[in-house]
Design a protein around this ligand. Structure first.
Ligand code: HEM
Length: 253
């Protein structure tokens, strides 16, 4: 078994601060939303104050997250490889809705090169670089309504910003619950949570990259982006060979 550092300290500090702030924002946001008819968790004044402070801190942490992603190169893990993306996403979706209940092996194994599976990659990309900036910007415009555009699609002032903020907030809350559920699909139900705490991911021997033939090319298993040429170091296993494995058709000699 090999241990690799996948989540450096800055990322873990950002992640858990972000998660706590998200919970605070959801609770205070719901309190404000229903405050005209009910006092749910917090009174309107306390909820608004809490929501604004948490939103400012979330923006600050997001700025640090962006800078550190660029400095450390971690952003590269988020950029989806377009070639073959649909096939890879289908493979991962089938695993989530069927394979996982049948005890099948993960179709993509986490490594230093491939931190996210294709669905994680696309979701994290959309959340971190699209939905989160939208909710932060609309939140700031609600805090400073004089800066909001005067007219959006015929509606005046702050209304469109409020609707955008609530709709995106709803989807981000859904993401968070889906994200927590899917994070239990690691090697063991708690493995990913442990990794996000100590930073290390454990790579088990039977998951070390093996090679498969994919559409006539030789691909490194679990990382379709890296193609290697078939050469003398490798041997192709064919159906009918004693140790033929349909997943791993090519082995290193
Ligand atoms: C209580 C709430 C949360 C828990 C328990 C949680 C748990 C985890 C775990 C276990 C991982 C590592 C494994 C994986 O990639 O799936 C992770 C990664 C990640 N989470 Fe969360 N999460 C929470 C909230 C959030 C929120 C609110 C966001 C963003 C809006 C978020 C964004 C991310 C991102 C972007 C990564 C990958 C970071 C990287 O490696 O670059 N998480 N989370």
């Amino acid at each position: 078994m090999k241990k690799v550092m996948l989540y450096p300290l800055w990322l873990r500090i950002w992640h858990w601060s972000n998660a706590i702030l998200f919970l605070v924002l959801i609770l205070s946001g719901i309190s404000m939303h229903y405050s005209a008819t009910n006092e749910l968790f917090l009174s309107f004044d306390v909820a608004m104050y809490t929501h604004n402070i948490a939103g400012i801190l979330l923006s600050l942490f997001f700025g640090i997250y962006l800078i550190m992603n660029i400095v450390s190169g971690n952003y590269k893990h988020y950029i989806p490889q377009i070639q073959g993306i649909v096939d890879r996403m289908i493979k991962q979706s089938i695993y989530y809705v069927y394979g996982v209940f049948k005890g099948h092996d993960h179709p993509f194994h986490t490594s230093e090169k491939l931190k996210f599976n294709p669905l994680q990659q696309l979701t994290y990309f959309a959340i971190m670089f699209f939905l989160l900036p939208v909710i932060l910007i609309s939140g700031w415009l609600l805090m400073f309504p004089e800066l909001a555009p005067e007219n959006v699609l015929g509606m005046g002032g702050v209304w469109p910003m409020a609707i955008l903020h609530i709709v995106v907030g709803f989807f981000l809350s859904l993401f968070m619950f889906g994200h927590i559920y899917l994070a239990t699909h690691g090697e063991t139900p708690t493995a990913n949570f442990k990794s996000m705490i100590d930073g290390y991911h454990e790579i088990h021997e039977h998951h070390s990259p093996s090679l498969v033939i994919n559409a006539g090319n030789i691909d490194e298993y679990g990382d379709d982006s890296k193609k290697i040429d078939l050469h003398d170091d490798y041997e192709v296993h064919k159906e009918g060979d004693a140790d033929y494995n349909p997943e791993t058709k090519v082995i290193k000699k």
